[in-house]
Write a protein that binds this ligand. Sequence first.
Ligand code: TRP
Length: 336
Amino acid sequence: MENTTTENKKRVFSAIKPTGNPTLGNYLGAMKYWGGMADEYDCLYSVADLHAITVSIEPKELRENTKRLFALLIAVGIDPEKNILFVQSHVRSHAEMCWLLNNYTMFGEARRMTQFKEKSEKAPENVNVGLFDYPVLMAADILLYQTDIVPVGDDQVQHVELCRNIAERFNNRYSPTFAMPKAQVTTTGARIYSLLDPTAKMGKSDSNDGGSVYILDTPDDIMRKFKRAVTDCDTKVKAAKDKPGITNLLNIYAAATGVTVAQAEKEFENSDYASFKMRVGEAAVEVLRPVREKYEALRRDDNALLEIMKSGAEKAERAARKTLEKAYKKIGFVRL
Ligand code: TRP
């Protein structure tokens, strides 16, 4: 399929919902690499605010989270000049394309989505149609930009598969319209677990805040959380299957400072757990410091932030419109 890029770079699209609070784990595992992808790929990143309302969220929270995530994406290195960075609801084509694609998505295939089933069980009082439609909106996000690669967590692979089915169905029914996207499960970064339960992922919406270090935590908060991090019995700073706490801390240290786990083990050969935890905490503080500072600078001027959003939305809308118009025409809509 043709690509709307001029340089023949492959196109990357990804989005994150403005729910919860991004963690050190999100940063070291994925976000830290996003800025650098622009050298090799033509990248679009979106704050998926339309997706955020499929679960119950307060207006104030949606508003603040959207601005916070947008600024944070810039702060972690996504340069809005080199990438197209935008808020999903600012580009109307997403909602429009979602409506079109709804008609090429079968009820049965949408009903099979694991995430829909899980979220329905978690909040049985709010199993709304938007939640059911979530993966179709996600397909619209992806297909509007003739996307080749979709970096996602492994929980989203099934949604990208559904997106491919929808694209194929549409392309077969009319003629080639959408590029066929591929999910790329992020494996570059470190896998970081909760500081209090090192067998569970460091979650961005965990109620138990002590287990998650957030990107925007103050240095004091970060140090406090590392001090309370669970370790293991025995006293050796060594990674091992039966030492999930220490292994997690070693992974965090290695990812934050750029050494290997083996080098870190060597460095802490003669350390006790308490001083090791302090050093990991300091490494986390240092790796997050420039991100937080950049973030704070961006949040000092709301109007400037809105201007960046506006310019990203304009670029995205131009690219999205092309595909949307094509789809309208193929289906048989009268266009003005
Ligand atoms: N559903 C994705 C998640 O929860 C976020 C998302 C929305 C997304 N639209 C997308 C990811 C399009 C990739 C492509 O992580």
